[in-house]
Write a protein that binds this ligand. Sequence first.
Ligand code: GLY
Length: 378
Amino acid sequence: MANAAGLDWVEEAWTNARDKTRRIAGRIGANFPHASQGGVYVLEPPHWWTAGFWPGMLWLFVQGGGEEGLRRIAEACEEKLDDVLRDYTKLDHDIGFMWTLTSLASYKLTGHAESRRRALQAANYLAGRFNLKGRYIRAWNPWSENDDNAGIAIIDCAMNVPLLFWASAESGDPRYRHIAEAHLDTVLERFVRPDGSVYHIVRFDPETGDFLEGIGGQGFAPESAWSRGTAWALYGLSLAYHHSRKQAYLDAAKRVAHFFLANLPDDLVPHWDFRLPPEITKYRDSSAGACAASGLLLLSELVGGTESRLYREPAVRMLESLYRHYGAWDDEKEEGLIRHGTSHYPEGKNIDVPLIYGDYFFVEGLSRLRGNDKIFWQ
Ligand code: GLY
């Protein structure tokens, strides 16, 4: 695949990304980087939602062949997450991000029984967050005393529910899939707008399940369009169709994809929000671009036929733009692979820096272009 016309850069990008990952693996080791500050990845505690991306990226390189050192680090990261599995109060819905890219990745590649057990345990915790009345998966636990967020669901969770589809397929018990589909039906009903943009946060009444409001969250405003949230929806709904074959998910994934593509700047790497007033700086969010590109590659496979190039061609161009214009390949003082991500603009956190999920999805996109058929969310 990577040798197809116009894709010569893919092998070069893969080699650069792998070599840089090998170089930084010595310092980062079995830890959990999130955002790079001053060229150095800041490490987070293992319960932070980003804990899966570094080991997940290592697994992507391991399946390319060899890389024993990277495999050992990925396995040590997975073991470190055991403390988090035991410390239930620190777990929220990002269980899906965390264990899909650690235990499930490991199980898919190695068949380890302990990795399977961990992934099933994580799926049970995720399923336990389902609110029956509102038909949504609760996002977070209270951030502080008296914080009441029992009614909060967020679009990011579209990337968590693939773990539930896997748990049903693996165990033969349909409950997990039922919960995944109930949550995704709520996403269609309450998060995805007619124009294909999405709400980041929706608040429900946790007792009655009634819809209360859409909230801006990490986007600029309630009715703006946070680009990473749009990418989570694009990729998550494509995965939902992949797992369920429900046409409504595919239709919605296409609608979100068209909105995303129609709002890209010339270099195809999105600003952090697609609806910003002129006085707000339009920082890029390269992580949204990388996630959307990998999702678009899946979408192009799902639609097949002549329609597939509608999604594949921009995805390839997005990844090439990230490689050529955002990659920190020759900068020895920068640990991140892909520059110019924006984690949380409204809170002023990690703006215009490399983010580990941007690096992960960039490598995952390359991995797809190289013909890899083991994508951990699938
Ligand atoms: N899941 C949080 C974020 O996308 O920043």
